[in-house]
Ligand binder design. Sequence first.
Ligand code: ZN
Length: 129
Amino acid sequence: MRPIALPVLLALSTSVLAQAPATSLELRFTASAETFRAATKRGTLVHELGHRLAADVPFKGDHHELIFLFVYDVWVDLWGQSFADGQVKIESQRKGVSDYEGIWKRTLALPAAERAKRFQEIVVGGRPQ
Ligand SMILES: [Zn+2]
């Protein structure tokens, strides 16, 4: 496991799981089982947990602009770059209120270190000093 996945998973277990009411932790896949292959379920689970992890971070834009700063790197850490690239391709095809394709393109135009730095700036900048 590479460095980024461990702190994210620890944060999920200590912050999200410990503080959220049990009823708010329910995750459901809205698509049918036929629509989501096993790999896509895993990728989507990390995506949705990313939303839960960053739920309290003050951020005025589309929340995907925030979580994509670390979701890709967590996928790479957990299952490799090929898996992560495949999930980006799948998510980029999704249509909805978010411009998944555009946000993924803008996010991945930044090197990993820059994504991590940007995320850190948002998280630290949102807290009272
Ligand atoms: Zn999402």
